[in-house]
Each structure stands twice: as C-alpha cells, then as structure tokens.
Design a protein around this ligand. Sequence first.
Ligand SMILES: [Zn+2]
Length: 349
Amino acid sequence: MSIPLADPEPLAAGTLRVTPIGGLGEIGRNMTTFEFDGKILIVDCGVLFPEEHQPGVDLILPDFEPIRDRLDDVVGIVLTHGHEDHIGAVPYLLRLKKDIPVIGSGLTLALVEAKLKEHRIKAFTMTVTEGQKEKVGPFDLEFVAVNHSIPDALAVAIRTPAGLVLATGDFKMDQLPLDGRLTDLRAFSRLGEEGVDLFLVDSTNADVPGFTPLERAIGPVLDQVIAKAPRRVIVASFASHVHRVQQVLDAAAAHGRRVALLGRSMVRNMTIAEELGYLTVPDGLLIDYKKARDLPDDRIVYMSTGSQGEPMAVLSRMANLDHAIEPGRATPSSWPPASSPATRTPSTG
Ligand SMILES: [Zn+2]
C-alpha cells in the first residue's frame, strides 16, 4: 500500500529535482529522473526480478506514473551499463514514447537494442565512451569509465546551473581487470576538486567489509576444477558476465573440452559480445547443446544462466529435470566423486 503524497511544488527556476523512481532500498529496477528547466533526463531504466512469494509475476517495472504525462519533456535516457536491473525496462518505457534518445556505451546499447528488437522498437541511440562530453537538453553530461561485472560500464557526471551530480551506477574496484579498464578514480577526484554537489553511488554490498576478489583470481580456480573434473562441468553465471564466460572458455579450451552455451540470454549476449570484440572465442570451441549431448562427458562444459537461483533460468530447470540437459545421475558408490573439490567462485551483481 502506498501513502498518497501531495503533488510536488512546481520546480523553482535554476533548481534541479532528483526523483528516484526505483532502485532505492531494493536491488533492481534502477531508475532516477533529473529535472531542470522543464526538461527531464532519465538515468537507467531497469527491471526487478520477482521472488518466490510473487508467483505468476514475470518482471517488476519501475512505476512510470510520475513521468507518464511528461514524456514529451524527456530529453534522453542514460544507461550506465547493460545489466537487466539497469536496462530491462527500456522497451516498456519506449512503448509509451518511441523516440526518446537512448544514450550508453557500445556494449550497453547493443544489449538494449537486441531487447528492443524483440519488442519491434527501433530506438534513437547515441553511443558514448569514457571521457566524452555531450549536451542533452539543459544537461551537460560527462562519461567516466567504471569497472563492473559486465564490460563497458560508465558513470555519468551531470552538470546544470544548479550544480554537479555524479551518478556511478554499480561498479567494482578491481585493480587488475581482464580488459585493463579500471574504475577511473582520477576522473572521480578531478570532479571532486571541481565540487560534486550530489554523489549518487552504488551501495550494493557497501556494508560488507573487505574487497571483492579480483576477477583474474577466478581463472586459475576454474582451470583446476575443469582439469580435474572426471565428467561434465556445468558453470553458472550472469548471462552478461563476459569476462567470467571468457575465463570458462579459456579453461575449457586448455583442457580439450567444447563449450555449450545454455539459456537464450546467454547465447544472445555472448553472440553480441563476440561480434563487438569483447569476447574471444577460439575456433570450433562452441557447440550447440543438442549436439553436445553426443560428446563424452569429460569433453564438455555447459555455460549456463541461473547463478542467482532464478526459477526460470536454465540451472534451476536442469535441477528440476525441466531441460534437455539433465543433471548426471550418480550411483551411490560414485558419489561424491573423490577428485572434484567443491569450489565456489564469488558472484557479483
Ligand atoms: Zn550491475
């Protein structure tokens, strides 16, 4: 139940109004609007995935109601990165008005365009990269590289006469990322010296002490597990975690195994990532999962969606015998296999 609030005061001249539409106090459906001089800029437009107590719900969208009558004033949607909780609701917003410009990095836009194609929407897009500055309506935007569990993520600095806002999206502080693209702390500090009036920063896991393990540290673990596994290996990750998938591909190739991608979003995203040069696939490594079933068990790695236990993802469906690939049926004497250590790699959102 929501408590009815009075309509906000008209915006005084020269002031900026920031309205979180989603993503505060919840992990998902990130969306924030910035209003200045009668114009609105949106940062991110994601979905929230339902939980077990919400049966029959496919997706939870941000509540577009506050801007539904103002769509003609929206000058653009900036997308910080390609995770579903940041881009998943774009098609539903563009259904209300198709010509709102969508602004983001190359990979982010490719992922959102694939999604829009399914909704038969051809978006107006503007590809931006770190260091780039663009004026969108009354908003002067500057994009800053951040490292995350998906390549090509950006923070955005938003300048108006009302002040400077820095919105980071989610990011990691991996100092040795696989692609060498670090969170640009020098740019953060330069903006800090200029004077940031409002810092909107990712808080996921911010209350967990310590550091996220380096993505690079996971490769050797994957390599060991795949080297020692006597039978099939099934790896689950986010369908957009290009660097994790890369490490699985490399480890599989090193041990003479082929890789079958499982899950529609995994196949779609990795096809895009390879086309754009974010993922390097050794020749002949990938195999369709239907053909993979003909391979000996110790010659295959399945790369699957569902690392967060999402009920409709392939990993859960395999476990529930609801997918063409079924889990191995170990006999009591062969389980647990003595030579496969239980190893968990950290996941990041
Ligand atoms: Zn993210």
